[in-house]
Ligand binder design. Structure first.
Ligand code: XMP
Length: 533
Protein backbone atom coordinates (compact mmCIF):
# COMPACT_ATOMS: atom_id res chain seq x y z
CA UNK A 1 0.00 0.00 0.00
CA UNK A 2 1.47 3.34 -0.85
CA UNK A 3 0.86 6.23 1.49
CA UNK A 4 -0.75 8.27 -1.23
CA UNK A 5 -3.52 5.78 -1.93
CA UNK A 6 -4.36 4.75 1.62
CA UNK A 7 -7.54 6.25 3.02
CA UNK A 8 -7.25 7.81 6.39
CA UNK A 9 -10.12 7.30 8.78
CA UNK A 10 -10.90 8.46 12.27
CA UNK A 11 -11.49 5.27 14.20
CA UNK A 12 -11.76 6.59 17.71
CA UNK A 13 -11.37 9.96 19.34
CA UNK A 14 -8.00 11.22 18.22
CA UNK A 15 -6.98 7.91 16.66
CA UNK A 16 -6.78 7.49 12.94
CA UNK A 17 -6.22 4.48 10.78
CA UNK A 18 -5.63 3.69 7.14
CA UNK A 19 -7.54 1.44 4.87
CA UNK A 20 -6.22 0.18 1.59
CA UNK A 21 -8.77 1.03 -1.13
CA UNK A 22 -7.99 -2.20 -2.97
CA UNK A 23 -9.15 -4.23 0.02
CA UNK A 24 -12.68 -5.49 0.45
CA UNK A 25 -13.74 -3.85 3.70
CA UNK A 26 -16.37 -4.61 6.29
CA UNK A 27 -16.75 -2.07 9.06
CA UNK A 28 -17.88 -2.95 12.56
CA UNK A 29 -19.57 -0.01 14.27
CA UNK A 30 -18.75 -0.48 17.93
CA UNK A 31 -21.57 0.20 20.36
CA UNK A 32 -19.53 -0.84 23.37
CA UNK A 33 -19.60 -4.60 23.00
CA UNK A 34 -16.91 -6.63 24.69
CA UNK A 35 -16.84 -8.90 21.66
CA UNK A 36 -16.68 -6.28 18.89
CA UNK A 37 -13.04 -7.11 18.09
CA UNK A 38 -13.98 -10.75 17.98
CA UNK A 39 -16.47 -9.98 15.21
CA UNK A 40 -13.69 -8.21 13.30
CA UNK A 41 -11.38 -11.15 13.76
CA UNK A 42 -14.01 -13.64 12.51
CA UNK A 43 -14.48 -11.52 9.39
CA UNK A 44 -10.72 -11.32 8.83
CA UNK A 45 -10.67 -15.11 9.02
CA UNK A 46 -12.63 -14.91 5.76
CA UNK A 47 -9.75 -12.94 4.22
CA UNK A 48 -11.82 -9.78 4.19
CA UNK A 49 -10.43 -6.71 5.91
CA UNK A 50 -12.46 -5.70 8.90
CA UNK A 51 -12.00 -2.59 10.99
CA UNK A 52 -13.71 -1.47 14.15
CA UNK A 53 -14.81 2.15 14.03
CA UNK A 54 -16.68 4.61 16.24
CA UNK A 55 -20.37 3.83 16.40
CA UNK A 56 -21.25 7.32 15.14
CA UNK A 57 -18.70 7.60 12.33
CA UNK A 58 -20.32 10.09 9.92
CA UNK A 59 -21.71 8.50 6.82
CA UNK A 60 -19.47 10.66 4.61
CA UNK A 61 -16.40 9.03 6.21
CA UNK A 62 -17.97 5.61 5.88
CA UNK A 63 -18.57 6.20 2.17
CA UNK A 64 -14.92 7.16 1.65
CA UNK A 65 -13.94 3.72 2.92
CA UNK A 66 -16.27 2.05 0.45
CA UNK A 67 -17.29 -0.85 2.70
CA UNK A 68 -19.02 -3.88 1.23
CA UNK A 69 -21.11 -4.17 4.39
CA UNK A 70 -21.58 -2.91 7.92
CA UNK A 71 -21.95 -4.81 11.16
CA UNK A 72 -23.51 -3.04 14.13
CA UNK A 73 -22.10 -4.61 17.28
CA UNK A 74 -23.89 -5.42 20.49
CA UNK A 75 -23.65 -3.10 23.44
CA UNK A 76 -24.70 -2.64 27.05
CA UNK A 77 -27.35 0.03 26.39
CA UNK A 78 -31.05 -0.17 25.58
CA UNK A 79 -32.03 1.54 22.34
CA UNK A 80 -34.88 3.34 24.12
CA UNK A 81 -32.64 4.42 27.01
CA UNK A 82 -31.62 8.01 27.55
CA UNK A 83 -28.33 8.80 25.82
CA UNK A 84 -28.31 5.44 24.02
CA UNK A 85 -25.65 5.46 21.29
CA UNK A 86 -26.95 5.60 17.72
CA UNK A 87 -25.25 5.46 14.35
CA UNK A 88 -25.50 8.21 11.76
CA UNK A 89 -29.08 7.54 10.54
CA UNK A 90 -27.91 7.97 6.95
CA UNK A 91 -26.18 4.58 7.09
CA UNK A 92 -29.57 3.04 6.43
CA UNK A 93 -29.67 4.80 3.04
CA UNK A 94 -26.29 3.52 1.90
CA UNK A 95 -27.81 0.54 0.17
CA UNK A 96 -25.18 -1.90 1.44
CA UNK A 97 -25.90 -4.93 3.62
CA UNK A 98 -26.10 -4.22 7.34
CA UNK A 99 -26.00 -6.92 9.99
CA UNK A 100 -27.03 -5.95 13.50
CA UNK A 101 -26.01 -8.13 16.42
CA UNK A 102 -28.14 -7.87 19.60
CA UNK A 103 -28.13 -4.13 20.35
CA UNK A 104 -27.24 -3.66 16.69
CA UNK A 105 -30.32 -5.62 15.62
CA UNK A 106 -32.48 -3.54 17.91
CA UNK A 107 -31.08 -0.38 16.34
CA UNK A 108 -31.94 -1.63 12.86
CA UNK A 109 -35.43 -2.64 13.94
CA UNK A 110 -36.01 0.68 15.68
CA UNK A 111 -34.72 2.59 12.65
CA UNK A 112 -37.18 0.74 10.42
CA UNK A 113 -40.19 1.44 12.61
CA UNK A 114 -40.39 -1.59 14.93
CA UNK A 115 -40.99 -1.41 18.64
CA UNK A 116 -38.19 -2.47 20.93
CA UNK A 117 -39.02 -3.04 24.58
CA UNK A 118 -37.80 -5.05 27.56
CA UNK A 119 -38.34 -8.79 27.00
CA UNK A 120 -40.52 -10.87 29.35
CA UNK A 121 -37.37 -12.47 30.59
CA UNK A 122 -33.73 -11.63 30.15
CA UNK A 123 -31.95 -14.27 28.19
CA UNK A 124 -28.35 -15.24 28.80
CA UNK A 125 -26.44 -18.30 27.73
CA UNK A 126 -26.96 -21.12 25.29
CA UNK A 127 -30.31 -21.45 23.51
CA UNK A 128 -31.46 -23.86 20.84
CA UNK A 129 -32.59 -22.05 17.70
CA UNK A 130 -34.45 -23.42 14.70
CA UNK A 131 -33.17 -21.77 11.59
CA UNK A 132 -34.52 -21.37 8.10
CA UNK A 133 -32.30 -23.58 5.94
CA UNK A 134 -33.05 -21.68 2.74
CA UNK A 135 -31.77 -18.37 4.04
CA UNK A 136 -28.41 -17.26 2.63
CA UNK A 137 -27.38 -16.27 6.14
CA UNK A 138 -27.69 -19.88 7.29
CA UNK A 139 -26.39 -21.52 4.12
CA UNK A 140 -24.78 -24.96 4.75
CA UNK A 141 -25.73 -24.77 8.43
CA UNK A 142 -27.86 -27.32 10.30
CA UNK A 143 -31.57 -26.60 10.87
CA UNK A 144 -31.04 -26.39 14.59
CA UNK A 145 -28.11 -24.58 16.16
CA UNK A 146 -27.03 -23.72 19.66
CA UNK A 147 -26.73 -19.95 19.92
CA UNK A 148 -25.31 -17.73 22.64
CA UNK A 149 -27.85 -15.14 23.78
CA UNK A 150 -27.14 -12.19 25.99
CA UNK A 151 -29.91 -9.61 25.93
CA UNK A 152 -32.80 -8.17 27.88
CA UNK A 153 -34.66 -6.35 25.09
CA UNK A 154 -36.77 -7.79 22.33
CA UNK A 155 -38.28 -6.57 19.10
CA UNK A 156 -42.08 -6.78 19.41
CA UNK A 157 -43.71 -6.30 16.02
CA UNK A 158 -40.85 -7.44 13.82
CA UNK A 159 -43.05 -9.56 11.52
CA UNK A 160 -44.57 -6.52 9.83
CA UNK A 161 -41.23 -5.43 8.43
CA UNK A 162 -38.99 -8.46 8.78
CA UNK A 163 -38.98 -12.07 7.77
CA UNK A 164 -38.00 -14.38 10.62
CA UNK A 165 -34.98 -16.57 9.83
CA UNK A 166 -34.48 -18.17 13.25
CA UNK A 167 -36.44 -18.54 16.45
CA UNK A 168 -35.92 -20.04 19.88
CA UNK A 169 -38.56 -20.96 22.43
CA UNK A 170 -38.24 -17.65 24.21
CA UNK A 171 -37.10 -15.49 21.33
CA UNK A 172 -39.48 -15.55 18.35
CA UNK A 173 -37.20 -13.35 16.23
CA UNK A 174 -33.73 -14.69 16.96
CA UNK A 175 -32.65 -13.85 13.40
CA UNK A 176 -34.47 -11.57 10.97
CA UNK A 177 -34.17 -10.22 7.44
CA UNK A 178 -35.82 -7.02 6.25
CA UNK A 179 -38.53 -7.77 3.67
CA UNK A 180 -37.24 -5.34 1.06
CA UNK A 181 -33.87 -3.98 2.17
CA UNK A 182 -30.49 -5.67 2.82
CA UNK A 183 -30.78 -5.51 6.61
CA UNK A 184 -30.26 -8.50 8.86
CA UNK A 185 -30.50 -8.87 12.60
CA UNK A 186 -29.35 -11.49 15.11
CA UNK A 187 -30.50 -11.56 18.67
CA UNK A 188 -27.57 -13.85 19.48
CA UNK A 189 -23.79 -13.54 19.16
CA UNK A 190 -22.33 -15.42 16.17
CA UNK A 191 -18.80 -14.22 17.01
CA UNK A 192 -18.39 -16.27 20.20
CA UNK A 193 -17.40 -19.91 20.07
CA UNK A 194 -20.44 -20.89 22.16
CA UNK A 195 -22.57 -20.24 19.08
CA UNK A 196 -22.41 -23.32 16.94
CA UNK A 197 -21.13 -22.48 13.45
CA UNK A 198 -21.21 -18.77 14.25
CA UNK A 199 -18.10 -18.34 12.11
CA UNK A 200 -19.96 -19.89 9.17
CA UNK A 201 -22.85 -17.50 9.73
CA UNK A 202 -20.53 -14.48 9.58
CA UNK A 203 -18.80 -16.02 6.56
CA UNK A 204 -22.20 -16.29 4.86
CA UNK A 205 -22.91 -12.64 5.60
CA UNK A 206 -19.57 -11.51 4.28
CA UNK A 207 -19.33 -13.78 1.26
CA UNK A 208 -22.90 -14.48 0.15
CA UNK A 209 -24.67 -11.33 1.24
CA UNK A 210 -21.96 -8.67 0.92
CA UNK A 211 -20.40 -10.41 -2.07
CA UNK A 212 -16.82 -10.34 -0.78
CA UNK A 213 -14.39 -12.63 -2.57
CA UNK A 214 -11.87 -12.94 0.24
CA UNK A 215 -8.73 -11.55 -1.34
CA UNK A 216 -7.31 -9.73 1.69
CA UNK A 217 -4.04 -11.00 3.13
CA UNK A 218 -2.24 -10.44 6.40
CA UNK A 219 0.43 -8.63 4.34
CA UNK A 220 -2.11 -5.91 3.74
CA UNK A 221 -2.40 -5.40 7.48
CA UNK A 222 1.38 -5.22 7.75
CA UNK A 223 1.46 -2.54 5.07
CA UNK A 224 -1.25 -0.60 6.86
CA UNK A 225 0.61 -0.76 10.19
CA UNK A 226 3.89 0.19 8.51
CA UNK A 227 2.17 3.23 7.06
CA UNK A 228 0.72 4.20 10.44
CA UNK A 229 4.05 3.78 12.23
CA UNK A 230 5.90 5.87 9.65
CA UNK A 231 3.37 8.62 9.97
CA UNK A 232 3.40 8.64 13.73
CA UNK A 233 7.15 8.38 14.17
CA UNK A 234 8.42 10.75 11.49
CA UNK A 235 12.17 11.11 11.89
CA UNK A 236 12.25 10.19 15.57
CA UNK A 237 13.71 7.15 17.27
CA UNK A 238 11.69 4.26 18.70
CA UNK A 239 12.75 1.91 21.46
CA UNK A 240 11.34 -1.60 21.50
CA UNK A 241 11.86 -3.93 24.43
CA UNK A 242 12.38 -7.54 23.34
CA UNK A 243 11.37 -10.30 25.71
CA UNK A 244 12.05 -13.42 23.69
CA UNK A 245 8.32 -13.93 23.16
CA UNK A 246 6.41 -13.69 19.91
CA UNK A 247 4.56 -10.41 20.56
CA UNK A 248 7.58 -8.20 21.13
CA UNK A 249 9.44 -9.95 18.29
CA UNK A 250 6.61 -9.17 15.86
CA UNK A 251 6.47 -5.55 17.02
CA UNK A 252 10.22 -5.21 16.48
CA UNK A 253 10.09 -6.85 13.04
CA UNK A 254 7.22 -4.57 12.06
CA UNK A 255 9.02 -1.48 13.28
CA UNK A 256 12.16 -2.55 11.49
CA UNK A 257 10.21 -2.80 8.26
CA UNK A 258 8.67 0.62 8.85
CA UNK A 259 11.58 2.69 10.12
CA UNK A 260 14.74 0.56 9.75
CA UNK A 261 17.66 2.14 11.59
CA UNK A 262 15.46 4.55 13.57
CA UNK A 263 14.67 1.51 15.73
CA UNK A 264 16.66 0.56 18.81
CA UNK A 265 15.85 -2.69 20.60
CA UNK A 266 16.63 -3.44 24.22
CA UNK A 267 16.90 -6.98 25.46
CA UNK A 268 17.43 -7.44 29.18
CA UNK A 269 19.04 -10.76 30.01
CA UNK A 270 17.74 -11.24 33.55
CA UNK A 271 19.27 -14.70 33.94
CA UNK A 272 15.77 -16.16 34.20
CA UNK A 273 15.36 -17.13 30.54
CA UNK A 274 14.91 -20.52 28.96
CA UNK A 275 17.89 -22.30 27.45
CA UNK A 276 19.10 -20.70 24.22
CA UNK A 277 16.57 -17.88 24.35
CA UNK A 278 18.99 -14.98 24.71
CA UNK A 279 21.21 -16.31 21.92
CA UNK A 280 18.28 -16.75 19.55
CA UNK A 281 16.97 -13.24 20.12
CA UNK A 282 20.43 -11.80 19.62
CA UNK A 283 20.98 -13.76 16.43
CA UNK A 284 17.59 -12.87 14.99
CA UNK A 285 17.73 -9.17 15.72
CA UNK A 286 21.29 -8.53 14.66
CA UNK A 287 21.86 -10.95 11.78
CA UNK A 288 18.41 -11.29 10.23
CA UNK A 289 16.87 -7.98 11.25
CA UNK A 290 19.90 -5.75 11.52
CA UNK A 291 18.61 -3.66 14.38
CA UNK A 292 20.51 -1.50 16.81
CA UNK A 293 20.20 -4.13 19.54
CA UNK A 294 21.24 -3.34 23.10
CA UNK A 295 21.69 -6.53 25.09
CA UNK A 296 21.95 -5.75 28.77
CA UNK A 297 23.54 -8.51 30.78
CA UNK A 298 21.84 -8.02 34.12
CA UNK A 299 22.03 -11.65 35.24
CA UNK A 300 24.05 -11.09 38.38
CA UNK A 301 22.04 -8.00 39.36
CA UNK A 302 18.78 -10.00 39.30
CA UNK A 303 20.28 -13.01 41.06
CA UNK A 304 21.77 -10.81 43.78
CA UNK A 305 18.47 -9.05 44.41
CA UNK A 306 16.59 -12.37 44.47
CA UNK A 307 19.03 -14.14 46.81
CA UNK A 308 17.22 -15.72 49.73
CA UNK A 309 13.73 -14.65 48.54
CA UNK A 310 11.15 -17.43 48.46
CA UNK A 311 7.85 -15.57 48.59
CA UNK A 312 6.32 -15.61 45.06
CA UNK A 313 4.87 -12.10 45.24
CA UNK A 314 8.12 -10.74 46.58
CA UNK A 315 9.99 -12.36 43.69
CA UNK A 316 7.65 -10.75 41.17
CA UNK A 317 7.97 -7.34 42.79
CA UNK A 318 11.75 -7.48 42.80
CA UNK A 319 11.91 -8.64 39.19
CA UNK A 320 9.48 -5.92 38.06
CA UNK A 321 11.39 -3.20 39.88
CA UNK A 322 14.84 -4.29 38.73
CA UNK A 323 13.62 -4.71 35.17
CA UNK A 324 12.35 -1.14 35.09
CA UNK A 325 15.58 0.20 36.59
CA UNK A 326 17.77 -1.70 34.13
CA UNK A 327 15.57 -0.90 31.15
CA UNK A 328 15.31 2.75 32.09
CA UNK A 329 19.06 3.13 32.39
CA UNK A 330 19.62 1.59 28.98
CA UNK A 331 16.79 3.58 27.40
CA UNK A 332 18.28 6.82 28.71
CA UNK A 333 21.53 6.00 26.99
CA UNK A 334 19.72 5.96 23.64
CA UNK A 335 19.60 9.53 22.46
CA UNK A 336 16.61 11.12 20.76
CA UNK A 337 14.23 8.27 21.55
CA UNK A 338 10.70 9.59 21.67
CA UNK A 339 8.59 6.45 21.42
CA UNK A 340 8.38 3.14 23.19
CA UNK A 341 6.80 0.23 21.34
CA UNK A 342 4.94 -2.53 23.14
CA UNK A 343 3.37 -5.79 22.03
CA UNK A 344 0.00 -5.27 23.68
CA UNK A 345 -2.60 -7.54 22.08
CA UNK A 346 -6.34 -7.08 22.07
CA UNK A 347 -7.00 -9.63 24.85
CA UNK A 348 -4.63 -7.57 27.06
CA UNK A 349 -6.70 -4.48 26.33
CA UNK A 350 -9.90 -6.26 27.26
CA UNK A 351 -8.35 -7.91 30.30
CA UNK A 352 -7.24 -4.54 31.62
CA UNK A 353 -10.88 -3.42 31.43
CA UNK A 354 -9.94 -0.66 29.04
CA UNK A 355 -12.77 -1.20 26.64
CA UNK A 356 -15.57 -1.55 29.10
CA UNK A 357 -16.49 2.07 29.58
CA UNK A 358 -19.24 2.06 27.02
CA UNK A 359 -19.35 2.96 23.40
CA UNK A 360 -16.79 5.17 21.73
CA UNK A 361 -14.65 5.24 24.84
CA UNK A 362 -11.13 6.02 23.82
CA UNK A 363 -9.28 2.82 24.52
CA UNK A 364 -6.93 3.47 27.37
CA UNK A 365 -3.40 2.25 27.47
CA UNK A 366 -2.48 -1.07 28.90
CA UNK A 367 1.10 -1.36 29.98
CA UNK A 368 2.96 -4.61 29.84
CA UNK A 369 5.81 -3.05 31.73
CA UNK A 370 3.98 -1.21 34.47
CA UNK A 371 3.75 2.46 33.54
CA UNK A 372 7.21 2.57 31.99
CA UNK A 373 6.33 4.83 29.06
CA UNK A 374 5.02 7.69 31.22
CA UNK A 375 7.85 7.32 33.65
CA UNK A 376 10.37 7.75 30.88
CA UNK A 377 8.37 10.41 29.10
CA UNK A 378 7.83 8.24 26.02
CA UNK A 379 4.88 8.12 23.73
CA UNK A 380 3.50 4.66 23.34
CA UNK A 381 3.24 2.66 20.10
CA UNK A 382 1.13 -0.49 20.23
CA UNK A 383 0.69 -1.74 16.66
CA UNK A 384 -0.83 -5.09 17.68
CA UNK A 385 -3.54 -3.76 19.95
CA UNK A 386 -6.41 -4.70 17.60
CA UNK A 387 -5.12 -8.20 17.00
CA UNK A 388 -5.43 -11.67 18.45
CA UNK A 389 -2.54 -14.04 19.06
CA UNK A 390 -3.10 -16.18 15.99
CA UNK A 391 -3.16 -13.09 13.79
CA UNK A 392 0.07 -11.88 15.37
CA UNK A 393 1.65 -15.25 14.60
CA UNK A 394 0.55 -15.05 10.96
CA UNK A 395 2.00 -11.57 10.84
CA UNK A 396 5.27 -12.79 12.34
CA UNK A 397 5.66 -15.53 9.74
CA UNK A 398 4.87 -13.07 6.95
CA UNK A 399 7.52 -10.69 8.32
CA UNK A 400 10.07 -13.49 8.15
CA UNK A 401 10.43 -14.43 11.81
CA UNK A 402 11.45 -18.07 12.36
CA UNK A 403 8.85 -20.64 13.43
CA UNK A 404 10.72 -21.23 16.68
CA UNK A 405 9.95 -17.68 17.79
CA UNK A 406 6.51 -17.43 16.20
CA UNK A 407 5.18 -20.63 17.76
CA UNK A 408 7.02 -20.39 21.07
CA UNK A 409 4.84 -21.07 24.09
CA UNK A 410 4.15 -18.00 26.21
CA UNK A 411 6.59 -17.27 28.97
CA UNK A 412 5.84 -15.14 32.04
CA UNK A 413 7.63 -11.83 32.55
CA UNK A 414 9.30 -13.06 35.78
CA UNK A 415 10.61 -16.01 33.79
CA UNK A 416 12.02 -19.10 35.44
CA UNK A 417 11.83 -17.38 38.83
CA UNK A 418 8.18 -18.42 39.16
CA UNK A 419 9.03 -21.98 38.13
CA UNK A 420 11.95 -22.30 40.51
CA UNK A 421 10.01 -22.73 43.72
CA UNK A 422 11.88 -21.73 46.82
CA UNK A 423 15.22 -20.04 46.63
CA UNK A 424 16.61 -18.95 43.28
CA UNK A 425 20.26 -19.79 42.78
CA UNK A 426 22.33 -20.15 39.63
CA UNK A 427 22.70 -23.87 40.32
CA UNK A 428 18.96 -24.45 40.71
CA UNK A 429 18.27 -22.45 37.54
CA UNK A 430 20.69 -24.68 35.61
CA UNK A 431 18.83 -27.77 36.85
CA UNK A 432 15.47 -26.27 35.87
CA UNK A 433 16.71 -25.15 32.45
CA UNK A 434 18.04 -28.61 31.64
CA UNK A 435 14.80 -30.29 32.66
CA UNK A 436 12.74 -27.74 30.74
CA UNK A 437 14.78 -28.28 27.60
CA UNK A 438 14.09 -32.02 27.79
CA UNK A 439 10.34 -31.48 28.23
CA UNK A 440 10.19 -29.21 25.19
CA UNK A 441 12.44 -31.43 23.06
CA UNK A 442 10.30 -34.49 23.76
CA UNK A 443 7.08 -32.63 22.95
CA UNK A 444 8.58 -31.49 19.66
CA UNK A 445 9.76 -35.02 18.85
CA UNK A 446 6.27 -36.38 19.55
CA UNK A 447 4.85 -33.61 17.33
CA UNK A 448 2.80 -32.32 20.26
CA UNK A 449 4.39 -28.92 20.83
CA UNK A 450 1.89 -27.05 18.67
CA UNK A 451 -1.16 -28.90 20.09
CA UNK A 452 -0.26 -27.84 23.59
CA UNK A 453 -0.55 -24.17 24.41
CA UNK A 454 1.98 -24.12 27.23
CA UNK A 455 4.35 -26.70 28.70
CA UNK A 456 7.31 -26.44 31.02
CA UNK A 457 9.22 -27.92 33.94
CA UNK A 458 8.98 -26.69 37.51
CA UNK A 459 11.66 -27.26 40.13
CA UNK A 460 10.02 -28.02 43.45
CA UNK A 461 11.40 -26.80 46.77
CA UNK A 462 11.58 -30.28 48.26
CA UNK A 463 13.85 -33.31 48.10
CA UNK A 464 12.68 -36.88 48.04
CA UNK A 465 14.33 -40.21 48.64
CA UNK A 466 15.42 -42.36 45.74
CA UNK A 467 17.75 -45.20 44.94
CA UNK A 468 20.43 -45.15 42.29
CA UNK A 469 22.72 -48.12 41.80
CA UNK A 470 23.16 -49.44 45.31
CA UNK A 471 22.93 -46.09 46.98
CA UNK A 472 20.22 -44.02 48.58
CA UNK A 473 19.69 -40.55 47.09
CA UNK A 474 17.93 -37.53 48.50
CA UNK A 475 17.43 -35.18 45.59
CA UNK A 476 15.23 -32.64 43.80
CA UNK A 477 11.81 -33.19 42.24
CA UNK A 478 10.78 -31.84 38.83
CA UNK A 479 7.10 -31.32 38.04
CA UNK A 480 6.04 -31.32 34.41
CA UNK A 481 3.13 -29.09 33.39
CA UNK A 482 1.34 -29.12 30.01
CA UNK A 483 -1.97 -27.39 29.39
CA UNK A 484 -4.47 -26.86 26.62
CA UNK A 485 -6.34 -23.59 26.63
CA UNK A 486 -8.02 -21.07 24.34
CA UNK A 487 -7.38 -17.94 26.29
CA UNK A 488 -5.14 -18.83 29.28
CA UNK A 489 -7.96 -17.69 31.59
CA UNK A 490 -9.08 -21.28 31.97
CA UNK A 491 -7.01 -24.33 31.08
CA UNK A 492 -7.12 -28.11 31.15
CA UNK A 493 -4.16 -30.28 31.92
CA UNK A 494 -3.06 -32.04 28.77
CA UNK A 495 -3.26 -35.84 28.73
CA UNK A 496 0.25 -36.58 27.50
CA UNK A 497 0.70 -40.09 26.10
CA UNK A 498 2.34 -42.47 28.57
CA UNK A 499 5.32 -43.07 26.26
CA UNK A 500 6.05 -39.36 26.11
CA UNK A 501 5.84 -39.02 29.90
CA UNK A 502 8.08 -42.04 30.19
CA UNK A 503 10.73 -40.57 27.90
CA UNK A 504 10.63 -37.20 29.65
CA UNK A 505 10.97 -38.81 33.06
CA UNK A 506 13.77 -41.18 32.05
CA UNK A 507 15.78 -38.50 30.32
CA UNK A 508 15.44 -36.00 33.18
CA UNK A 509 16.36 -38.51 35.87
CA UNK A 510 19.25 -39.92 33.86
CA UNK A 511 20.77 -36.70 32.67
CA UNK A 512 19.86 -33.84 35.00
CA UNK A 513 22.17 -33.97 37.99
CA UNK A 514 20.51 -33.74 41.36
CA UNK A 515 17.02 -34.86 40.23
CA UNK A 516 15.70 -38.29 41.20
CA UNK A 517 11.95 -37.85 40.71
CA UNK A 518 9.57 -36.48 38.08
CA UNK A 519 5.85 -35.86 38.68
CA UNK A 520 3.10 -34.80 36.27
CA UNK A 521 0.73 -31.97 37.15
CA UNK A 522 -2.89 -33.05 36.60
CA UNK A 523 -4.66 -29.91 37.76
CA UNK A 524 -6.87 -27.64 35.71
CA UNK A 525 -7.31 -23.89 35.94
CA UNK A 526 -9.34 -22.97 37.92
CA UNK A 527 -8.85 -23.80 40.72
CA UNK A 528 -5.12 -24.14 40.01
CA UNK A 529 -3.23 -21.62 37.89
CA UNK A 530 -1.01 -22.48 34.95
CA UNK A 531 2.17 -21.32 36.66
CA UNK A 532 3.01 -22.70 40.10
CA UNK A 533 3.78 -19.30 41.61
P1 XMP B 1 -1.58 -18.25 35.39
O1 XMP B 1 -0.44 -18.82 36.13
O2 XMP B 1 -2.10 -16.99 36.02
O3 XMP B 1 -0.99 -17.82 33.97
O4 XMP B 1 -2.67 -19.24 35.13
C1 XMP B 1 -1.76 -17.46 32.85
C2 XMP B 1 -0.80 -17.08 31.74
O5 XMP B 1 -0.10 -15.89 32.08
C3 XMP B 1 1.29 -16.13 32.13
N1 XMP B 1 1.81 -15.38 33.29
C4 XMP B 1 2.46 -14.21 33.19
N2 XMP B 1 2.83 -13.49 32.13
N3 XMP B 1 3.84 -11.89 33.55
C5 XMP B 1 3.52 -12.33 32.31
O6 XMP B 1 3.89 -11.67 31.34
C6 XMP B 1 3.50 -12.57 34.68
O7 XMP B 1 3.81 -12.15 35.79
C7 XMP B 1 2.78 -13.79 34.48
N4 XMP B 1 2.27 -14.71 35.33
C8 XMP B 1 1.69 -15.68 34.58
C9 XMP B 1 1.45 -17.62 32.29
O8 XMP B 1 2.70 -18.09 31.81
C10 XMP B 1 0.28 -18.13 31.49
O9 XMP B 1 0.57 -18.14 30.10
Amino acid sequence: MSGSTAKEVQLWDGQTGFINPQDEVILVLDFGSQTAQLIARRVREQNVFCQLVRHDLPVERIKELNPKGLILSGGPSSVYGEGAPHPDPAIFDLDIPILGICYGMQLICQATGCEVSPGDSREFGRTECNVSPNADLFDTMPEQITAWMSHGDQVKNASETFETLAASETCPHAAVKHKSRPFFGLQFHPEVTHTQQGGQLLANFVRKICGCEGTWKISSLIEREVELIKQKVGNDRVICGLSGGVDSAVVAALLYKAIGDQLSCIFVNNGLLRAGEAEEVEREFTQHFKTDLHVVDARSRFLDELAGVIDPQEKRKIIGRVFIEVFQKEAESIEDAKFLAQGTLYPDVIESGANLDGPAATIKSHHNVGGLPEKLGFQLIEPLRDLFKDEVRRMGLELGLPETIVWRHPFPGPGLAVRCLGEITEERLVTLRQADTIVIEELRKADLYRSIQQAFAVLLPIQSVGVMGDGRTYEDVIAVRAVSTDDFMTADWYPLPTEVLQRISTRIINSVRGVNRVVYDVSSKPPSTIEWE
